[in-house]
Design a protein around this ligand. Structure first.
Ligand SMILES: *Cc1c(COP(=O)(O)O)cnc(C)c1O
Length: 393
């Protein structure tokens, strides 16, 4: 009998893993003893803020947290989320119907299409963008319609370019600001147009706000839900991962429209059993931390940004100064592809960066750098690029 391990189409039709070659080169360089400067991954380099760890330690030893948690999250956790939303965004949320805990926001983003998308339905997805919007759509049997987010349009999608035939079948519109990979933030006007557009066509808006707290120059981004009419058509995803250096803990949440959240919860209650309660206790501590602790973190990223942006611009790249997020999106000189640039960076300078086209075809001609190493290493990186004249044409 054949061992029937042929992979399902939903797996084989996933886009090729474009980072695989970079990973291989990275391992090769490491084994040669190259002093790598890793600006590739979006994972904070500092440990989780200490009060959160201490709170998690205490909660861990309480037997009442050792049993199955509730699917939607403890009420105390959902209340902490609602309180944070009111303090931070002046948005009122009902913790019993308008907040759902997630095992990292990736989990919720990936599961959302399963609740609403039928074969033949379309999902509107920004490109270049976070790969999970497409993977979740594919797993649900839906069709991804990619909306280019271009430099010429401030890295915002042009909603007017989406054909009516697609809009008639569209169920979900994913947007993501502050944006990964470009570091762009949305304008008030854009969010208002999204609400008007989605209301007109009856499309669910899923706004991914994973980077809302990593902002610069004191300019805190607004919540999508703070605009009139947003809660009638949309939800917002948040994550504790980037804000509190908690990527390994896997805690996020979705807030907003109760019908949409209840659909998401129907999927989740069949697939997972909620967030470990000790982590929810620690997350309550995170959400109630005094704001100055986060100001320190933002100041750290800002110092790095202010080294890397002018540095890259002085060696032949066109780096965009992010309004938020810890990514720098940089345009390459004409004639150099994303892959050539990333391979040259790795081979000649030991710098790991992410090829822009790995996030979608419109990312071709760009490279993404993450601000996840100290300023001394960033200066070192600039020095190496200058020495090797990588981008001087
Ligand atoms: C990191 C990231 C997430 C997910 O983070 P979780 O750790 O799963 O909460 C979601 N969206 C974007 C754009 C991200 O970069």
């Amino acid at each position: 009998m054949d061992f029937r391990t042929k992979l399902a189409k939903r797996i084989t039709s996933l886009p090729p893993y474009l980072f695989a070659r970079i990973d291989e080169k990275k391992r090769e360089a490491l084994s040669r003893g190259v002093d790598l400067i890793n600006l590739g991954i979006g994972d904070p380099d500092s440990p989780t803020l200490e009060p959160i760890v201490l709170s998690g330690q205490t909660a861990l030893s309480k037997p009442e947290h050792h049993q199955y948690p509730s699917y939607e999250g403890m009420l105390s956790f959902r209340k902490a989320v609602a309180d944070w939303y009111l303090r931070r965004f002046s948005v009122t949320l009902d913790p019993s119907t308008e907040v759902v805990g997630l095992i990292g926001s990736k989990e919720g983003i990936g599961h959302l299409p399963l609740a609403f998308v039928e074969p033949g339905d379309a999902v509107l997805i920004p490109e270049p963008g976070y790969p999970v919007y497409h993977a979740g759509t594919l797993f649900a049997g839906g069709e991804s319609y990619f909306m280019p987010i271009l430099e010429s349009n401030g890295f915002l999608p042009d909603l007017d370019r989406i054909p009516e035939s697609v809009l008639k079948r569209a169920k979900i519109l994913f947007i993501n600001y502050p944006n990964n990979p470009t570091g762009a933030t949305a304008t008030d006007d854009f969010f208002r147009r999204v609400i008007e557009f989605a209301t007109r066509w009856g499309i669910i808006v899923a706004h991914d706000a994973a980077y809302s707290e990593i902002y610069y120059d004191g300019k805190a981004p607004r919540s999508f839900l703070s605009y009139p009419g947003a809660k009638e058509i949309g939800i917002e995803f948040h994550s504790l991962s980037k804000t509190y250096n908690m990527t390994g803990w896997r805690v996020g949440f979705a807030v907003g429209n109760p019908q949409v959240l209840s659909g998401l919860l129907k999927v989740k209650s069949n697939m997972d059993s909620g967030i470990f309660q000790a982590l929810q206790e620690a997350s309550i501590t995170a959400l109630t931390l005094p704001e100055p602790m986060l100001d320190n973190l933002r100041a750290l990223y800002q110092k790095r940004r202010d080294v890397l942006v002018p540095g890259l611009n002085s060696v032949g790249l066109r780096a965009f100064s992010p309004g938020a997020s810890f990514y720098l999106w940089a345009g390459l000189p004409k004639g150099i592809t994303s892959e050539q640039a990333t391979l040259a960076l790795l081979d000649k300078t030991g710098i790991v960066a992410t090829p822009g086209n790995g996030f979608g075809p419109s990312g071709e001609g760009y490279v993404r750098f993450a601000l996840t190493v100290g300023t001394d290493r960033l200066s070192e990186a600039i020095g190496r690029i200058r020495t090797h004249r990588l981008f001087e044409v």
